[in-house]
Structures are given as C-alpha cells and as structure tokens.
Design a binder for this molecule. Structure first.
Ligand code: CA
Length: 230
C-alpha cells in the first residue's frame, strides 16, 4: 500500500485532474496548490514526500518555488513543464529540482518517475550515516575510498572515483553538466563539460557490462546524467 503524500502544483485544471486521478488510483495521498505562493505554504505546512511542480504558474515562476522550498528543505521536487527547451529543465534542476517530465507526458511515465524518487528516498534513509553505498552489484566504500563490482575492485582514477561518488550520493536524481563539473572541478567551462563526457565514458567502460546500454548511469542528452537504483 502506497502512502506517500504528494503535493501537486498545477494551475491547469485538466492536467491537474489527470494527475490527481492517477495518484488516487495508485493509492497515493495528495494535496493540491493552484499557484506558487500556495505551493510554498503547503510544502511548509504538510511536509509532503514529493512535490510535482508545474513551472508555468499564474503568480510566481516554478523555478522561484523550487528556490524557496530549497532554502529550508530537501524534499524531492519533480518538475512538470510544457517548456521542452533544455535551458528550462537545466535551470529547474540547477535550482534544486530532482527530476523532470515534459508535457505532454503519459501517466505511466509520471508513475515511473515517482517510483524512481521513492526508491531514492528509501536508499537515502537506509544509508543515512553509512560509510558505504550498495546499488545492485556496485558497492562503494566511502571510508576506504574504493569501489567494487561484485567481488572485483574497480580500478578508477581519482576523478572517475569522485564522479562515481557524486552520482551515488544523488542516486535517482538528474544532475546537470554544470552541477557535476562545479562539484568535480570547481568550474563549468565548455572544456570541463567536454572532459566530463570523456571521464563518464571511461567510468562506464569500467562500471557497465554493456556501456552502450548503461544500467547504472543514464544519459540525459543536453542536460546531464543520473545514477539509477538498480
Ligand atoms: Ca501552468
């Protein structure tokens, strides 16, 4: 039985009805907000498990809603946007959103994103304070500074290891190129993003049994990468 509480922020009535009907059918609890100010208030008073947030709202912009919620909470936020441009997704993700759906979306897709986020929450609460991370055959021993695939130790360069740790600490979350390069190199110039693609390719060759259809790290073209909970 699924008891997660979802805050649905959407001003468009047909879309909101589609979302709430789907949530109800799948045993999610939900509260709704029709604008950004109400969304921030409801997030603060109900502390929902996940926020589904439309970016184009009648009062304040969805990105502003993310910024305000992020000033006091890490609650997962999945952006739902009609804006298909990468720049909007990237701005929302860099402001602290966890994931995004582009309208029109299927309810199956929405449910899948909710499950990814719930798995991420479960991993985070299981591993709180842990010095190691386990995902499928991958195990990272943060204290010892090494990673294993099954019984085999992965021979990673310092940057590949840093990259793997960063992805693992944000499992289930889409990280933008800018976010990753800032964390790894402290800057995000064109060169850094090009280097990131190279390091990601070498990391995948060591991590993935089929680097062309990766199981652990997904590519979001033009946006960034996400480690999946396998
Ligand atoms: Ca809207």
């Amino acid at each position: 039985m699924n008891k997660a509480l979802i805050l649905v922020v959407e001003d468009d009535v047909p879309v909101r009805n589609l979302i709430t009907t789907t949530l109800r059918t799948h045993n999610y609890k939900y509260i709704i907000a029709r604008n950004g100010e109400t969304a921030v208030m409801e997030a603060a008073s109900h502390n929902p498990d996940i926020v589904l947030l439309d970016l184009g709202l009648p009062d304040i912009d969805g990105v502003e809603v993310i910024r305000r919620i992020r000033s006091w909470s890490y609650m997962p936020i999945i952006v739902i946007s009609a804006r298909s441009e990468d720049a909007d997704k990237i701005e929302a993700l860099d402001s602290g959103a966890d994931d995004y759906l582009t309208k029109p979306f299927s309810v199956e897709e929405m449910l899948a994103r909710l499950r990814v986020t719930q798995r991420r929450l479960a991993v985070l609460s299981d591993s709180r304070g842990d010095s190691s991370f386990v995902n499928g055959r991958l195990r990272i021993d943060y204290a010892a500074g090494c990673a294993f695939l099954g019984d085999e130790e992965l021979h990673l360069t310092p940057i590949e290891y840093k990259l793997l740790c960063l992805m693992s600490q944000n499992v289930g979350k889409v990280l933008t190129h800018t976010y990753i390069t800032q964390k790894i190199w402290g800057s995000s110039r064109e060169n850094d993003i090009a280097s990131l693609c190279v390091f990601m390719a070498t990391l995948r060759r060591k991590l993935e049994s089929e680097p062309d259809s990766p199981q652990y790290i997904q590519t979001h073209i033009g946006v960034g990468y996400r480690m999946m909970k396998v």
